[in-house]
Ligand binder design. Structure first.
Ligand code: FE2
Length: 195
């Protein structure tokens, strides 16, 4: 297990953060860097790969001190899935282990929420981008009912502290802040610096 890969990723991302002026620049520059990180599955410590019986887990791996980006390991237990949600900041999802399925949604004319495209199935090494400008509402699930899947997420902010939304089938929109699943491990980033 080698944290050197994660450290190199964080260092490169910090250099990108010093120069990225907008979401498109970020996504273009960061996508291949995340692709390199998830190309090899030998570095994620077991503590950040542990599933929960009931809920999917979001472990914070790193948050930029200026909250320009954060890195999370997203751990799916068998059959687990998210509600339909948005992010409000750009995001990159790199599949590390197992597979996951993302279904895109958009606000419907009648006040409901509609599927807006074909589901995407991510396999290890693959990277998907999310941009609020192009619509970033989706529902994600573990593609497997009998094993754990893990993806590495990068977002354009301190995602655990970002105020965002969950969409229900009847059109109800609820605000939420996801937090992180790091449990008893002290975490400087549970709240935004701006909060
Ligand atoms: Fe998401």
């Amino acid at each position: 297990m080698s944290l050197a890969r994660l450290k190199k990723f964080v260092t490169t991302m910090t250099r990108i953060a010093d120069n990225a002026s907008d979401d498109d620049t970020w996504l273009r520059a960061a996508r291949p860097v995340l692709g390199e990180l998830v190309a090899v599955d030998d570095w994620l410590p077991d503590a950040y790969a542990a599933p929960d019986k009931q809920y999917y887990r979001q472990y914070l791996l790193h948050c930029d001190p200026l909250e320009r980006f954060s890195v999370v390991s997203f751990v799916w237990g068998p059959g687990q899935f998210t509600p339909i949600h948005d992010h409000t900041v750009w995001g990159l999802i790199g599949m590390l282990r197992g597979e996951e399925i993302s279904t895109p949604y958009r606000a419907g004319k009648d006040g409901g929420i509609d599927i807006s495209g074909e589901p995407t199935r991510l396999v290890p090494g693959q990277v998907e981008a999310l941009s609020p400008r192009e619509g970033d509402i989706h529902q994600v699930k573990n593609a497997f009912d009998d094993r754990v899947s893990i993806s590495i997420h990068v977002y354009g902010g301190n995602i655990g502290a970002v105020r965002r939304h969950v969409f229900q089938a009847d059109g109800t929109i609820k605000q939420f802040i996801s937090g992180y699943s790091n449990g008893a491990v002290p975490n400087l980033w549970d709240q935004s610096l701006a909060a």
